[in-house]
Design a protein around this ligand. Sequence first.
Ligand SMILES: NC(=O)c1ccc[n+]([C@@H]2O[C@H](COP(=O)([O-])OP(=O)(O)OC[C@H]3O[C@@H](n4cnc5c(N)ncnc54)[C@H](OP(=O)(O)O)[C@@H]3O)[C@@H](O)[C@H]2O)c1
Length: 152
Amino acid sequence: MVSVPVKAFPDLSAAPLAGKTVIDTCNYGPERDGHIPELDGKSLTSSELLQSYIRDAMLVKAFNNIFFKHLLSLARPAGAADRSYLPIAGDSAPAKAAVTEFIDSIGYSVLDAGSVADSWRQATGTPVWGPHTGRTRTRTANRPARTPSARH
Ligand SMILES: NC(=O)c1ccc[n+]([C@@H]2O[C@H](COP(=O)([O-])OP(=O)(O)OC[C@H]3O[C@@H](n4cnc5c(N)ncnc54)[C@H](OP(=O)(O)O)[C@@H]3O)[C@@H](O)[C@H]2O)c1
């Protein structure tokens, strides 16, 4: 798992992460990270930027839209009517399968939100991120998906 301020990406060691599934929880915020032109201009997602530093890792963006205290309090067993869905984004199907299994094991269902390039859909300021502490309901084509909102 990489869970650091985005400004710390250049300091990460790539070698230990090579060939591994890596969960990226990170959110970009200029007030904390300083301005990063590619992210301000939206030519890259923060996950694509991270991937550029850890090229041989199989990155999956997850947990970035949930406040850490909610991660504990909103966990529910499989099948519970009020179980929350968390979005994930990544380019490796096996890595996404592994992360889905892990997230399910800690009390959440998963919504596949696409590729690393698609991860802007769950980035800071999007509806599933939500800078408030209530809950936000999102829907897929087939089923209701409950996504907790976050404050970070
Ligand atoms: N907090 C949340 O609920 C939450 C929820 C979703 C997403 N996020 C995102 O997850 C990321 C981490 O959030 P956080 O709240 O845990 O932040 P944080 O409290 O600032 O923790 C940052 C961690 O990154 C490490 N770090 C900082 N600079 C580093 C560097 N140059 N090289 C290596 N490690 C460095 C720190 O290590 P030291 O302790 O050794 O300094 C610390 O362990 C952020 O991008 C945030 O937006 C946070």
